[in-house]
Each structure stands twice: as structure tokens, then as C-alpha cells.
Design a binder for this molecule. Structure first.
Ligand SMILES: CCCCCCCCCC(=O)SCCNC(=O)CCNC(=O)[C@H](O)C(C)(C)COP(=O)(O)OP(=O)(O)OC[C@H]1O[C@@H](n2cnc3c(N)ncnc32)[C@H](O)[C@@H]1OP(=O)(O)O
Length: 187
């Protein structure tokens, strides 16, 4: 359920088709990039942890610390949006294994998220339309069946791998690709 007006996805979509090498339900997805603010070992980062769920979902967990505050004792909304960007991106990257970036991210903040609470995020693939990949997620407080505190929906746009080398850090990208080849993760 969303408070954002308009139907979702906003265009006619194809059902998502999982990559043949997509990890099976239950697989721990680990860290996709050690310096990622969402899932890496970054000081003050979100340290979000994800695994594959059933029915084309990724389940993620993120514990709010004092480093994530906006108002005293409460999570900053922008950091919560970051957690959803990561969780949605993880669903796209791991289940479809198509290189993609966030084009649009909408968030509904429905309950305050206190420091010390853990957000249980379920991200699901909604559908694709050419290069456009539609995903959505709910984040529940302190338990997988807790009350929904934040909902999000996003459009990811498939890009060529040159997007990352042209606009990012090609050397770091090559190092990451090498590590992934060794671990046999991602194409
Ligand atoms: C295992 C991996 C785990 C990864 C987890 C990490 C998750 C974190 C993900 C991120 O945060 S990525 C970083 C934040 N995003 C960016 O930096 C993207 C910056 N934007 C761009 O680079 C370009 O705008 C973009 C690649 C998204 C699109 O540019 P393009 O020139 O390639 O495509 P174009 O603008 O023609 O858009 C393609 C389609 O998407 C649509 N589109 C793009 N942006 C849109 C938007 N904002 N709203 C609605 N539709 C949008 C656009 O209308 C069009 O629709 P049609 O095909 O129907 O014509």
C-alpha cells in the first residue's frame, strides 16, 4: 500500500525474468563493494545485510545507530532512503543481474524509526519495460512482520558497463571486477 498517488508501475510492464544464475532463495548476498555506504564496511555506513527471499524478493536488515540520526534519537529520512536504494538495487543486481542505476526513488515515511531499531526491508521486482526496471519495498520495524515504517518504489535504468568506467573510478571498478571474477559473483 502506498500513499503516493498514481498507479504502479506507471507503464505497461513485462513480468521480471530472473537471471539463470540468480542466487537461490536463502542465499546470503554479502557485500557487493567494500566501500559501498549501504552494505560496505564503511564507518558510519548502514552495514545493510541482504539475502534472497522467496518470490523474486530480497530481504535486507539495517540497524539504526546514532550515526544515522536526523532528530535526536530518530533516523534521518535521507539515510532511510539510502537503505531502500541499496535494498532495491540489490534486488535488481542480484536477481536480474543487469547493470542498472537508480533513475527515480520515491519514499513514504509512515512511522518514526528510532535509533536502536532494526528495519526489515523486503524488496521485490515488479516488472520491466525495456531498459526500465520497476521495484518496490516495505520496511518493517524490529521484526519481519512488524509495522511498516517506510515504503519505497524505484525505477532502475539498465546501463552499459561503460556507465561506471566513464563516470566513476575505472581502476577501482577493475579491482572490483577482478574480485568478483575470483568469487564468481555477478557477470
Ligand atoms: C549487486 C549490485 C547491488 C547494487 C546496490 C547499489 C544500489 C545503489 C544504486 C544507486 O544509487 S545508482 C546511483 C544513483 N543514480 C545515478 O547516479 C543515475 C544518474 N542518472 C543517469 O545516469 C541517467 O539519467 C540514467 C542512466 C538513469 C538515464 O539516462 P539514459 O540517457 O541512459 O536514458 P534515458 O534518459 O533515455 O532514460 C531511459 C528511460 O528511463 C526513463 N527515465 C529515466 N530517468 C527517469 C526518471 N527519473 N523518472 C522517470 N523515468 C525516467 C526515461 O524516460 C526513458 O524512458 P523510455 O525508454 O520510455 O523513453
Amino acid at each position: 500500500m502506498s500513499r503516493v498517488p498514481g498507479s504502479w508501475p506507471p507503464v505497461e510492464i513485462e513480468p521480471p525474468v530472473l537471471h539463470p544464475n540468480a542466487p537461490a532463495p536463502g542465499t546470503d548476498l554479502g557485500v557487493h563493494f567494500a566501500e559501498c555506504f549501504g552494505c560496505g564496511e564503511v564507518e558510519g555506513g548502514l552495514h545493510l545485510r541482504s539475502s534472497v527471499g522467496d518470490d523474486q524478493t530480497v530481504q535486507s536488515k539495517f540497524t539504526v545507530t546514532r550515526a544515522h540520526q536526523g532528530a535526536p534519537g530518530l533516523a534521518h529520512g535521507g539515510l532511510l532512503a539510502c537503505a531502500f536504494d541499496e535494498a532495491l538495487g540489490s534486488a535488481v543486481g542480484n536477481l536480474l543481474r543487469r547493470p542498472a542505476v537508480t533513475g527515480r526513488l520515491e519514499t513514504d515515511f509512515r512511522r518514526p524509526v528510532p535509533v536502536g531499531s532494526t528495519l526489515y526491508i523486503e524488496a521485490r521486482l515488479d516488472g520491466t519495460a525495456g531498459r526500465k526496471i520497476y521495484v518496490s519495498a516495505d520496511g518493517r520495524l524490529d521484526a519481519p512482520d512488524g509495522p511498516v515504517a517506510v515504503s519505497a518504489r524505484g525505477l532502475f535504468v539498465q546501463v552499459g558497463i561503460e556507465h561506471f568506467s566513464t563516470h566513476g573510478d575505472p581502476q577501482a571498478l577493475e579491482k572490483l571486477a577482478e574480485a568478483q571474477r575470483k568469487n564468481q559473483i555477478n557477470p
